[in-house]
Design a protein around this ligand. Structure first.
Ligand code: SF4
Ligand code: SF4
Length: 434
């Protein structure tokens, strides 16, 4: 008979950073939600909900570069749905009836979403009942490891598994930075100002759902300020993020945020300040961030892990080589995207005719998972997407976000006949030609 530890091991092998088990009775005992949203209203056979969480790599979540942010969103969504499906199949194969609740239970039609922005199932509350975190003022699940910077999915099992203990201390400090940072005033505090007896702010979901209308024609097309500004989470320490006060002081743009999404981004004024504006927001120029020596990961371990994800070839280049060994604009240096990058790990597959989309999918997922795996081992890292066109950011200009081809050459790979993506890492890897 399949055990809880078998399920956890399998979920982790799929890429889950956190896994928790919630007995269905908890929904009834706690009474936080309408019964329509109980797991056994979705599927009456449900006995336990298994919740899986993958990290949003903090600097990518925090970036002003829409293409990079969108790649994180798409890759994690794709991963979550696959994880939930594969875990359900794994359970079925082992004699346990199970189905999954997709990571996004909202209407896919934009009009319906705006009229009724309600999901069919709440992974946030499932995560709380599964002991992964507590529900924050901003309506997200706050976890110790990632704060609210993660994404969730659930599998519904007809077999009972022992529930994980709930986190008793509320991780939300009720600082309400999330409320103040929302450009559309989606959150509001109770009229009497007493927040201590409330779990979450009042939320006008329509305001949040309508935010995309404000992005039209703007270079910056994503939001999430309520998440990126939350001070909860060990990920902030891993990435050397400044305190919330320093964060706002350093960027002087909080007032502009409240006047409209991305108010601090001015494409017309880019010519001189391109580098400055392209860099990631949080942790910029934070000196001394690097992987801890005692947790540094070897070349071989990186290569082995990447190959387990379907990558054919792995190469390494030193980030400083961009200044000395190649003649490309400084906007394409790794440091123009993430100043803390010390090495670049290049992942490549042998290109096949007509398989471009499949190759991109393998590479994007491998780059995200490798970066998340390195972060798990205290080596701060981020992934760059296979599609680096970046036209959303530099409207009208042809400068891409990054050149994987150039990275492959610097890593000593023969760039003919391969397709590549890159992972930026603070690991100080020696330059190695394959
Ligand atoms: S920003 Fe503050 S109030 Fe908002 S969820 Fe995070 S800890 Fe809670
Ligand atoms: S995603 Fe943006 S608009 Fe929506 S609640 Fe968060 S800060 Fe507000």
């Amino acid at each position: 008979m399949i055990t809880k530890s078998d399920v956890v091991s399998y979920a982790k092998s799929l890429g889950a950073g956190l896994v928790g088990f919630a007995p269905v009775e908890r929904w009834r005992e706690k009474g936080d939600l309408h019964p329509n949203f109980f797991p056994d209203s979705v599927w009456p056979e449900t006995k336990t909900v298994i919740v899986m969480c993958v990290p949003s790599l903090t600097p990518v979540h925090d970036t002003k570069i829409t293409r990079l942010h969108r790649s994180l969103y798409n890759i994690t969504n794709q991963r979550l749905d696959e994880m939930a499906y594969m875990l359900s199949v794994y359970l079925n194969r082992n004699g346990v009836p199970a189905i999954y609740a997709p990571r996004d239970g909202y209407a896919t039609d934009g009009k319906i979403l705006k009229e009724n922005p309600t999901a069919a199932f709440s992974h946030v509350w499932a995560g709380y009942y599964a002991g992964l975190g507590t529900v924050g003022w901003n309506h997200t699940l706050l976890t110790r490891k990632y704060g609210p910077r993660h994404r969730l999915v659930s599998a519904l099992s007809a077999q009972s598994f022992e529930g994980d203990p709930l986190i008793e201390d509320n991780l939300c400090t009720k600082c309400r930075v999330c409320e103040k940072a929302c450009p559309f005033e989606s959150f509001s505090s109770p009229q009497d100002g007493v927040v201590s007896n409330r779990v979450s702010a009042d939320m006008n979901k329509s305001r949040c759902a309508h935010k995309y209308e404000h992005f039209e024609g703007m270079p910056y097309q994503h939001c999430g300020f309520c998440i990126k500004t939350c001070p909860v989470g060990e990920d902030l320490r891993l990435f050397g993020s400044p305190s919330t006060r320093e964060y706002f002081e350093a960027h002087h743009d909080f007032e502009k945020w409240t006047m409209g999404v991305g108010g601090n981004i001015d494409v017309a004024g880019k010519a001189d300040g391109l580098n400055e504006e392209r860099v990631l927001v949080r942790g910029v120029n934070k000196a001394g961030l690097s992987a801890k020596e005692d947790t540094a990961v070897s070349f071989d371990a990186i290569e082995k892990y990447a190959q387990s994800l379907g990558v054919d070839i792995v190469g390494f280049a030193n980030a400083s080589d961009w200044g000395s060994e190649v003649n490309v604009p400084s906007e394409l240096y790794p440091a123009a995207i993430w100043p803390m990058a010390r090495s670049v790990i290049v992942l490549a597959v042998r290109a096949q005719n007509g398989e471009r989309d499949a190759e991109a999918r393998i590479l994007d997922e491998a780059a995200y998972r490798l970066a998340a795996w390195l972060c798990e081992q205290q080596c701060p890292s981020i992934h760059l997407p296979s599609d680096t066109g970046d036209e959303d950011y530099i409207a009208g200009a042809s400068m891409p976000l990054f050149s994987h081809e150039c990275a492959a050459k610097l890593a000593g790979l023969d760039s003919g006949g391969i397709r590549a993506v890159s992972v930026l890492t603070t690991l100080d890897l020696e330059y190695r030609k394959n």
